[in-house]
Structure formats: structure tokens, C-alpha cells
Design a binder for this molecule. Sequence first.
Ligand code: NDP
Ligand code: 8X3
Length: 251
Amino acid sequence: MVTGASSGFGRACAERFAQMGDRVIIAARRLERLEQLKAQLEQFHSQTKVHVMQLDVTSEQQIDQMIDALPAEFSNIDILINNAGLALGLEPAHQANLDDWHTMVDTNIKGLYLMTRKILPNMVERKVGHIINIGSIAGNYAYPGGNAYGATKAFVKQFTRNLRADLLGTQIRVTNIEPGLAETEFSVVRFHGDQEKADKVYDGVQPLTAADVAEAVFWAAQQPAHVNINSIELMPTAQTWAALAVDKVQG
Ligand code: NDP
Ligand code: 8X3
């Protein structure tokens, strides 16, 4: 099951698993996109089957209803890719829009733990399962304007590790994927639909692609059952760290 499958990493992950003939549940809010994606995915492999789920991951009620109503052939979820998420704004904390912060917390934190809490008991019962969370380098390193977004991804990182601690002895695997700069609809969303501003983020840089990230997800999932990949941090070669900033007294 892939959340946020209507675009970017989520879509690429759905494609990667569909190529193998897997059964894939694709979830997101934009139904039309999911319907189109289902038709494409089912062309990839004769055994691929796709279940479309129009879902807002911030809604506990929707998650409960839709997971409980899954058709039998999709009801045992082996891999949950908690990918749905977003950044909103790049303003400094004292100027940031509080509604943006609420939306990021509701989606990136609450949506991720609601999905996990709903699906985990069935995995534990069957002693089969892999939760793959999409974190970010923003959860590892601070940057100006990263404020609440980076903090939500730091939650994802620590939640992943704490899940591992809880799941000792269950055979359930948990992985955090931590990508850097990747070109998807991420920046258009971050800048509230300003395509020009979003394009500038990737100007003159070769960023990661959604397929690069999906490959890391797929690789983690393909490891033998006794191997747990705790985390994978990947960046474009063209991205690295800068020096710490210091506010020097002038004059
Ligand atoms: P996109 O904007 O291309 O995709 C985001 C996906 O999340 C969409 O499919 C969107 O679908 C879905 N989504 C957003 N809110 C909700 C919601 N409330 N319920 C269900 N689905 C939702 O961005 P990316 O593919 O880049 O982002 C995917 C993940 O990767 C995010 O968690 C992001 O933080 C993370 N990330 C992105 C990086 C980047 O540079 N691109 C780098 C590191 C991490 P819909 O609108 O149809 O609901
Ligand atoms: C997305 C990567 O560096 O824009 O999580 O925060 S970054």
C-alpha cells in the first residue's frame, strides 16, 4: 500500500512494485489521477492488480472505514509505504503561516501514525510486514525556513526507530527513507501553486528523480527477511552541506 500515490515518489513506488506483478493499493485524495494510474499500472505485468483508495490520511474515520472495507485479496498488507506528505512555505518561523504548520503536522505526523497504527496489528498477527516511511534530510539537518516541516520529518525518523524497538520479535521490519532535493510536485505545493518559484529550486541542478527514491524503497523491501534496513539517506550529487551560519558583529 502506497499513500500519496497520485504524484511524485508515491506514484513511482506504485510503478516499481507494479512492474513486479504485485498487488498494489494506491491511496491519495485526487481520485481521477488514481484511476488513470491504475489503468497504467495494470499494463505493466499480467499479474498486477490495483486497488484505488480515495483517502485523506489526516482523517482517522476515513482510514478506519477504508482499510476495514478492503476486498479480501488486498486486506493483508505486506508493505505499507507511508509517503503522503508535504511542505508548506519557506518563511522564517516568526512569519510562517500557522495553518501551514497545522496541515504539515496533521499530514506528515498524524497521517503517518494513524496509517501505521491501523495496519500494524494485522502485520504483527501474521508476522509479516514492512513499514517504509518517507522521511527527509530535513529531519536530519536544520535549514532556514525548514522549521515545522523539518520537525515533522524528525518525528518520522524517531517514530521509525521507536517502532523497531517495539516490534522486536515480531518479524516486522521498519525503514526510514531520507531523500534530499528531488523534483516532484513538492515545491509547487510548498509555494502554494507558484510554478515559476518551484522551477527555480531545480534550476541548474540535477536533482533526484522520483524513480531514484522509488528504487531505494524497492531495494529496502527486497532484502531478505532477516535484514532490516533502518534508514537510507540519499541526496543528489549536486547537493551537500554548507558551513554553519554565524551572525558577526559589524564594524
Ligand atoms: P508530491 O507533491 O509530488 O506528492 C505528494 C503526495 O502526497 C501526493 O500524491 C498527494 O496526493 C499526497 N498527499 C498530500 N496530502 C495528503 C493527504 N492529506 N492525504 C493523502 N495524500 C496526501 O511530493 P513528493 O512525492 O516529493 O513527496 C512525497 C513525500 O516525500 C512527502 O512526505 C515529502 O515530504 C517527502 N520528501 C520529498 C522530497 C522532495 O524533495 N521532493 C525530499 C524528501 C522527502 P493528493 O494531493 O492527491 O492527496
Ligand atoms: C524535502 C527536502 O531539503 O527541501 O524534504 O527539505 S528539503
